[in-house]
Design a protein around this ligand. Structure first.
Ligand code: MN
Length: 447
């Protein structure tokens, strides 16, 4: 397969008639991510919108305003996709397939472009809502959620922190490891109570029941499945990415004390299932095309087995996505202090790529469905400052993190807000951003 072609929607010189889109926002005209929103506190229906600058373009209003008929850009396939996007989730749009996704993106790009005809621009303007006035719901009706474990640096760091010397189990080097997670507790902008569960203290005979004492976050990305495969079929690696609609941020909150007591010999359960926070905007794979990187194994670890290897993977299977984690404590909020960055890393450091995760997931005939989400697993880079979880940064609590306002953290405290951010930038491309995943820890409920 040839490398993903760039098209006019990636032109770094393109600007929008909407001034805020050209002023360094996460959402320039080259991005066009989808979300589901309504005016905050209103009784309006939730509906699909596209982020542009500091506004959201309401696709249902756009359809009702009959703009598609009067534009010169009304590709019939774009019209089909736009109708499918008049909904309270992205699922119907996803079902239309990659050609329709591309047609809609191209049409929206032309509509928002600086050279658009005045009458189109005036009509589109009536369909904009300021992002400052909206609230979000999950962009996708998520059926199932699988969480991977694809960062070698994370695996080694956690091993060090829990005292096994950074030993990584041999299977890690041969397959993208994962467990089947829980979709019901996925959300956006979550505020959740510190979970209660069982904790076994070393040397004790009986586990205690109480609030989690080692609450953590995990910096991950979400991969949104946009095309299904039939049960009993597997998806070859060369076709894997055609099943992916887009990506967002994912915070896989983790109760480490529960997790390490419960997860031998099976995977995490209550340590992970109380909340998982996604970012509201879904950035399409097409928008990420300028930020692809070759996949390679140059670190003396085994080359992938043939079914997890391929020409497209070697040319452009990895992605250059900058990532950062910030924390704002209750005290910082009271003091009027902004969130403080805890770490920064890049998605390119993952040991396994998106296509490898998807192909491995389906190799035995497991059917992925439209709206399923794959979590990438914690994303950590090669240096300590690039760690994607607090258990790594604080060495499992042995080296507390000093915050600039004098507070320290071994793990998260009540009132802490964790903010994940992602963006892509490289010479010759317009910078695009993912917005934020934001979640707050509330005190445990009284038993
Ligand atoms: Mn995870």
């Amino acid at each position: 397969m040839p490398p993903t072609p760039l098209n006019q929607t990636h032109d770094p010189a393109a600007t929008s008639w909407l001034v805020s889109a050209n002023q360094g926002s996460d959402f320039p005209i080259q991005n066009l991510p989808y979300g589901v929103f309504r005016r905050e506190g209103s009784a309006e229906s939730f509906r699909v919108g596209v982020a542009i600058g500091d506004q959201v373009l309401d696709l249902t209003a756009l359809s009702e305003a009959a703009i598609w008929a009067c534009t010169d850009t009304a590709d019939p396939l774009a019209l089909v996709a736009a109708r499918a996007a008049c909904a309270d989730s992205l699922n119907a749009l996803m079902a239309e397939g990659p050609a329709a996704w591309h047609a809609l993106r191209s049409a929206l790009f032309l509509m928002l472009h600086a050279t658009t005809a005045a009458r189109t621009r005036q009509a589109v303007q009536t369909c904009l809502v300021p992002q400052a006035q909206i609230e979000h719901r999950l962009a996708v009706r998520i059926g199932e959620y699988t969480d991977f474990y694809t960062s070698l640096h994370h695996a080694r760091n956690v091993g060090q922190a829990i005292g096994n010397g950074g030993l990584v189990s041999p299977n890690f080097f041969w397959m993208p490891i994962a467990y089947h997670g829980r979709a019901s507790s996925l959300g956006v902008n979550q505020r959740f109570h510190r979970p209660v569960g069982q904790v076994m203290t070393p040397g004790a005979q009986t586990p205690l029941v109480g609030p989690c004492l080692r609450l953590d976050y995990e910096l991950e990305m979400a991969i949104y499945i946009g095309q299904a495969n039939a049960q009993g079929t597997s998806v070859p690696i060369e076709q894997a990415e055609s099943h992916v609609f887009g990506m967002g941020l994912l915070n896989d909150w983790s109760a480490r004390d529960f997790q390490f007591w419960e997860m031998a010999p099976l995977g995490p359960f209550l340590g992970k299932n109380f909340a998982t926070t996604l970012s509201p905007w879904v950035v399409t794979l097409e928008a990420l095309a300028p930020f692809r990187l070759p996949f390679s194994r140059s670190d003396n670890t085994p080359q992938p087995l043939p079914y997890l290897d391929g020409g497209s993977l070697r040319v452009e299977g990895a992605l250059d996505i900058e990532l950062a984690v910030a924390l704002q404590s209750a005290q910082m909020r009271c003091q009027g202090l902004p969130a403080e960055r805890l770490s920064r890393t890049n998605f390119k450091h993952q040991h396994w790529c998106i296509s490898q995760m998807l192909t491995h997931h389906t190799m035995g005939g497991c059917n992925l469905r439209i709206g399923d989400v794959l979590g990438t697993g914690t994303i950590s880079g090669p240096t300590p400052a690039e760690a994607g979880a607090m258990i790594e940064l604080s060495q499992a609590g042995q080296r507390p993190i000093a915050l600039t306002n004098g507070e320290i953290r071994q793990f998260l405290l009540d009132g802490d807000t964790v903010i994940l951010q992602a963006w892509c930038e490289r010479p010759g491309a317009a910078r695009i951003g993912f917005g934020e995943s934001c979640g707050e820890v509330l005190p445990a409920l009284a038993p």
